[in-house]
Design a protein around this ligand. Structure first.
Ligand code: FNR
Length: 372
């Protein structure tokens, strides 16, 4: 169907399933084991309801915000997803270009299909990017990546902490990953001892260091001035530990349901993190010094507004953008962001919030968030 018939982010998924190469669809859409967490990610948003305010002058509404000190036109960013060229020959550059046009931030994955420099070079002057880091068993390689990222102006380093081993994504494992076309494999040059018999994820992930621990965070602080954020925190105890270790923030995430099945959704974890960090450290959110992010299952501006109301600075969006550009190229990604802008405008008016500051906890009823 023509792009003009696409009304929301879910529509891209339905089309992508039809038009994408079977292997690419398997890698992008798959999640761990029985995919219960993947389903729960979006479903959890359905347990939060709004308490809108009326009779406020909502002629002007502004949904822009600041993420780790950088301006963003929306309280969301493009999260890191590996192997961008599986879906479209321009891969991650589709995301870079749309991010420039719409004033949002792209998180570059360690395992991008395009090289890191290619993606940074494609950015417009003043366009901000983050880097997602998988920590290599060879720390010299990791150190080089981090130092190079800082030199190239990366504004935040998101260390993935929920993947000491890749989850079992059976849909992907059923596909033999034969990357005859070198553009299909990640250009990070990190893969060693590649086993192509068990899907794309297994083939590219063997370099990740399962020995990574809290003690390593001091080393990261010593090699970079970039803000450090832990991506994949799943309970308040670890969020507190991250705060005590001087991290700039955490992403409450289960990796899009691709790691531990039956992990809880990020939005549910957010509620307990906000409550406990207030109790234990007197923190209130959103908080500039320690920022909370959520990803997983975000498909509507209303999902984003719920997360912001509950204390998140911003949320990450993954698969919908992959599906948008895999189906329609750069125009699809452009359309996806336009849809989100339109949804923000309307829903902020209906909510009675004129700025992100006015999206407050009283605007949501999350009292049933823990009922599964
Ligand atoms: C991911 N994600 C991910 N995370 C990460 O830290 N490093 C990575 O290389 C990848 N790769 C990746 C590939 C694909 C195809 C997907 C779908 C996801 C996880 C990602 O950053 C994020 O946590 C989820 O995608 C968020 O869920 P939604 O928005 O896809 O539902």
């Amino acid at each position: 169907p023509p792009l003009s018939e696409i009304l929301n982010l879910h529509d891209f998924e339905a089309i992508a399933k039809d038009v994408m190469h079977e292997k690419a669809w398997a890698y992008y859409s798959s999640a761990a084991d029985d995919e219960i967490t993947n389903r729960e990610n979006h479903a959890a948003f359905h347990r939060i309801w709004f308490r809108p305010r009326i009779l406020r002058d909502v002629t002007q509404v502004d949904w822009s915000t600041t993420i780790l000190g950088q301006k963003s036109s929306m309280p969301l960013y493009i999260t890191a997803t590996a192997l961008g060229k599986l879906g479209h020959p321009d891969g991650e550059l589709n995301l870079t270009r749309a991010a420039a046009k719409h004033g949002i931030i792209q998180m570059i994955p360690t395992l991008a299909s395009c090289s890191f420099d290619e993606i940074v070079d494609a950015a417009q002057p003043g366009q901000n990017q983050f880097l997602q880091l998988y920590v290599n068993k060879d720390r010299a390689i990791t150190k080089r990546i981090v130092e190079h990222a800082e030199e190239r102006g990366i504004k935040g380093l998101f260390i993935t902490v929920d993947a000491p081993q890749l989850g079992r994504r059976e849909k992907d494992m059923r596909q033999k990953f034969e990357a005859e076309d070198p553009s299909e494999v990640s250009k990070s040059g990190q893969q060693s001892g590649v086993d192509r018999s068990q899907g794309a994820a297994r083939a590219i992930s063997s370099f990740i260091d399962p020995s990574l621990s809290w003690a390593d965070l001091k080393w990261f602080k010593s090699i970079t001035k970039m803000p450090l954020i832990l991506k994949g925190v799943q309970c308040w105890e670890d969020a507190l530990e991250a705060y005590d270790n001087n991290m700039a923030g955490v992403v409450l995430s289960n990796h899009g349901g691709r790691q531990l099945d039956f992990a809880r959704s990020g939005i549910e974890i957010l509620v307990e993190v906000v409550t406990k960090l207030k109790e234990k450290r007197g923190l209130t959110f959103p908080n500039e010094k320690f920022q909370l992010f959520v990803d997983g299952g975000v498909r509507r501006a209303t999902d984003v507004l719920k997360a912001v109301a509950l204390g998140a600075t911003a949320v990450g969006v993954g698969r919908p953008f992959l599906y948008a550009y895999s189906s329609y190229g750069a125009d699809g990604m452009d359309k996806a962001l336009q849809i989100l802008h339109d949804e923000f405008e309307m829903n902020m008016r209906l909510l009675g919030a004129r700025s992100m500051k006015e999206v407050v906890p009283e605007m949501v009823d999350a009292s049933n968030i823990h009922t599964h």
